[in-house]
Write a protein that binds this ligand. Structure first.
Ligand code: ADP
Ligand code: MG
Ligand code: ZN
Length: 469
């Protein structure tokens, strides 16, 4: 039998606020364990939480970036459970009235775009971090407890590992553009749980899902999905039922292990936190936040395509905010989108794979202006680029030092053109008899004799004029 895979993701993303979600403790990754804690985030009796306005603003920014409606009225609830990483024994979260609802993320897989609907984005606090490795037991660091977190929940619209990874990449890149989070999977500021079920192909009824946790990289998400869909299909084919449970992905052995049977929301005894007032956010405030949102990758990409760049090139330039900011900065000084895009894509991005950018935007612009003004050829420009990267010298100096100045003097070019015509009568005859491609050879000869410095456009024009005399 054929099966469909159905996937819904729950993505947790830590917000880059200065302080925690409900107290004034610092929100700093990597500090001395248990140094950023207080009675509020540790949940001492009688301590009172105060909502961090910035966290609300950031969560709304995420909602707007992903096309959500923002609820004017929102409520914080207690999600009760006991676990050593949660000393309060409840997490402040949102269930009934989350901040953001009903958005979508547009993904691109194999040249096709698809909308993955979002069910909600809510604001909550993170729990502490349990550390199990290498200490012969488990210890806990409560610094992370109380850090503001958004949870982004998709509808079950994802159908493959490829789509899931494309979704996460788009999500991560867009969040990075908004600046509300570091979105670093390796530091845990972006984490993802995968809900997965299978059903007979085409069936309307969803199968029983499992939830996989502990996915620490896009690669782990990809592998876990492929493993789990196969496992579920095999279970069903063997006549077994899928048990709704929470699984732990073990990346080292490439398998899922049962953690616990899945709890339902009623198990958590959610109720409005009596220590926190309901929050009202006016449309005016929402619009103010909207106006602070920077241009997002989809918007920028459309803009670049509008400049005449290909869809592919526009995607490459919007793969990170660093790159598109750089592109915009150079473009401001050299208004030649294709020239700038080609250099950044073919030269800068290639070099960036090895080390961080060595050529500031204004120095890059100086180089491209030389090319655009025909002072050096594109080929010479690439050579200058390499040297700039290596030596840190500026473009003009290098052009002098390397003797790369383009030959634009009409008389000198004409002399080279006439030489080529008299030295290669066969090519001239070919051209005159209608084989116009023969001109290519003659251009090549002129370029060679000028040591690559002659302005190729001028060479072409002059040769044509002479041959057609
Ligand atoms: P919980 O909070 O208990 O995990 P939710 O109803 O919020 O439950 O759903 C969590 C995620 O599971 C959502 O992304 C949703 O799209 C997904 N999901 C729900 N049902 C299924 C299913 N049958 N198969 C795959 N994913 C599902
Ligand atoms: Mg869940
Ligand atoms: Zn605190």
């Amino acid at each position: 039998m054929k099966y469909d895979t159905v996937i819904g993701l729950e993505v947790h993303c830590e917000l880059k606020t200065q302080t925690k979600c409900f107290c004034g403790c610092k929100n700093n990754f990597g500090d001395q364990p248990n140094s950023n804690c207080c009675p509020v985030c540790l949940g001492f009796p009688g301590a009172l939480p105060v909502l961090n306005q910035k966290a609300v603003e950031y969560a709304i920014m995420a909602g707007l970036a992903f096309n959500c409606s923002i609820n004017n009225n929102t409520v914080f609830e207690r999600k009760n459970y006991f676990y050593p990483d949660l000393s309060k024994a409840y997490q402040i979260s949102q269930l009934e009235k989350p901040l953001c609802v009903n958005g979508y993320v547009e993904i691109n897989v194999n040249g096709k775009t698809k909308k993955i609907r979002l069910n909600r984005i809510h604001l909550e606090e993170d729990a502490g971090k349990l550390i199990h490795d290498g200490i012969g037991g488990t210890v806990v660091d409560y610094n992370r407890g109380g850090v503001p977190l958004i949870e982004i929940v998709t509808e079950p619209d994802i159908t493959s590992a490829e789509e899931a990874v494309a979704f996460l990449e788009t999500l991560k890149n867009t969040i990075a553009y908004t600046g509300i989070s570091d979105v670093k999977m390796e530091e845990g500021s972006l984490r993802c749980d995968v809900n997965l079920s299978v059903k007979p192909a085409g069936s309307e009824v969803l199968g029983t899902r499992t939830e996989m946790k502990n996915l620490n990289s896009f690669k782990a998400v990809y592998r876990a999905i492929n493993y789990e869909q196969k496992r579920q299909i095999e279970e069903i084919e063997d006549g077994h039922k899928i048990i709704q449970e929470t699984l732990r992905w073990d990346d080292s052995i490439g398998e899922t292990k049962s953690m616990r049977s899945k709890e339902d929301s009623q198990d958590y005894r959610y109720f409005p936190d009596p220590d926190l007032l309901p929050v009202y956010i006016s449309d005016e405030e929402i619009n103010k936040i909207k106006s602070k949102l920077p241009k997002l990758p989809t918007e920028l990409k459309a803009e670049y395509v509008g400049y005449g760049l290909s869809d592919y090139d526009a995607s490459l330039l919007t793969e990170s905010k660093e790159i598109s900011d750089y592109f915009n900065e150079v473009l401001e000084k050299v208004n030649q989108p294709k020239l700038v895009a080609n250099f950044i894509i073919n030269e800068t991005l290639r070099k960036l794979k090895e080390e961080e950018n060595k050529i500031e935007a204004n120095r890059m612009a100086e180089l491209l202006i030389l090319i655009n003004n025909n002072e050096i050829s594109t080929t010479a420009g690439k050579q200058v680029f390499e040297e700039m990267w290596k030596t840190g010298k500026d473009a003009k100096t290098l052009v002098e030092e390397l003797g790369l100045k383009q030959l634009n003097n009409d008389d000198e070019i004409k002399k080279l053109v006439l030489d080529a015509i008299s030295n290669f009568p066969q090519s001239v005859a070919d051209y005159k008899s209608g084989k116009t491609s023969a001109i290519g050879f003659l251009v090549g000869q002129v370029m060679k004799n000028s040591k690559g410095k002659a302005n190729p456009q001028k060479v072409n024009e002059m040769l044509k004029a002479e041959l057609e005399k």
